[in-house]
Design a protein around this ligand. Sequence first.
Ligand code: HEC
Length: 441
Amino acid sequence: MFPRSRAFCCTVAVSGLLPLAAYQNRVPAGHAGVPGETNPPCTTCHTVTLNPPGGSVQLELAQAPAYQPGRAQRVTVRILDPDAGRRYGFQLTARTSANLQAGAFTAGSATAVTQQGGFVYINQTSSAASYSFDWIPPAEAADLIRIYVAGMAARGTRDSHVYTSSVELSPAAAPSFRRVDPVVSAASFQPRIAPGSWVSLFGEHLAPPGVSRIWTAAEIVDGVLPRSLEGVSVTVNDRPAAVNFVSPQQVNVQAPDDDATGPVEVKLTTAAGSVATTVNLSTLAPGVFALPPRGYRYAAAVHPDGTLAAPAGLYDGEPPTRPAKPGDILLLFATGLGRTQPPVASGRVLLNPSPLANPTALRVRLGTGEAQVLWAGMVSAGLYQINMVVPDLPPGEHLLTVEVDSIASQPDLYLLTASQNEQRLFLPAPMAAAPRTRMLH
Ligand code: HEC
């Protein structure tokens, strides 16, 4: 902490020159290292050694080297000096290439904003080795923007190490979709989606650079799933979709409810612009979630004990995997299977599993056989679970398809089954308890 007498240091120093109130607790403006301003920064009052060897000021911007107009980004300033006994401070500003003010700041802890003329600066209010705060770029893209910072490690005013640095940022590129199949089922990766189903959008600049995350619990308010993450939103046929995951190359959304079928517009919007394409909306678009390695070859089937039903060692033991055998109960996960009873609204948290409205329309085909379905329904927003029994099949890989009203899931999905003997290697004890039939019960 700054001793109280020092917190008012700069006020004391400038009070003769400038109105006192404007500089309470503040470093005077014009010392961030911008060409044409006081350079080296912080001189007049401090005796400055500029950029002495061994130390530095580090400038981190969450979306560097880009900015999205109007969209706040986190800035962290770190002052490094070999002398641990020093006290720190800094000043930072943002300028367009014409040297005009670029955006605004929201002060974080131990920082405050100072204005002078048309310019805005942010600086320390007490000593800290690093400072974090938000920079809000201008609402209109301003071409190149440069962030200037001067960081100080001081021993009083007579021996001050000042380090300068700057970072150039370009406006983030507008989003674009990939040419082939930009909008697909998040499970089957086929270009057909259903209302309420999980959908993946693929392209470039779909989210701010460096962003890759799913929603947080705090973003789900009163059971309503978020319709925007990190400034990314999606509409399907002009209706807002719930946004679960955003990254520059992929965005996952739950398609909104809709009675329309046929080609509809899918539009993704970021602070840097919008992009639209057309996708086929159908009442049913069955897709079975698959395991990522080997090109999503294996269905994400799960034994009732939680072990994945897949070739042994598919993930080198973590998570564990073991093949299924005839007679085993397996859980499959899918999207786009259509109506449930009671019906479930898209874009909301699902509180209770809801069975398929028409379970007889569902078929699970495995190789030459057909699996008995014990239960099928929605278990969380847009996600269906199918509890099935593995039919009698020879050991090996078998094509797996889920059909609703004869509309089939992706054509290239497999389940590996083992013989009874082989199975003993993986499962020495007989399954004791009755298997759970519903994941969420
Ligand atoms: C108008 C004069 C003036 C300018 C310009 C100025 N300072 Fe200061 N600063 C002072 C004075 C005077 C003190 C000493 C106050 C005291 O010791 O109580 C001080 C002390 C400090 C200290 C505490 C030093 C210590 O050893 O405790 C820090 C940190 C600091 N200034 C940061 C800065 C930074 C960073 C800049 C440039 C961005 C800057 N100051 C520009 C007048 C100024």
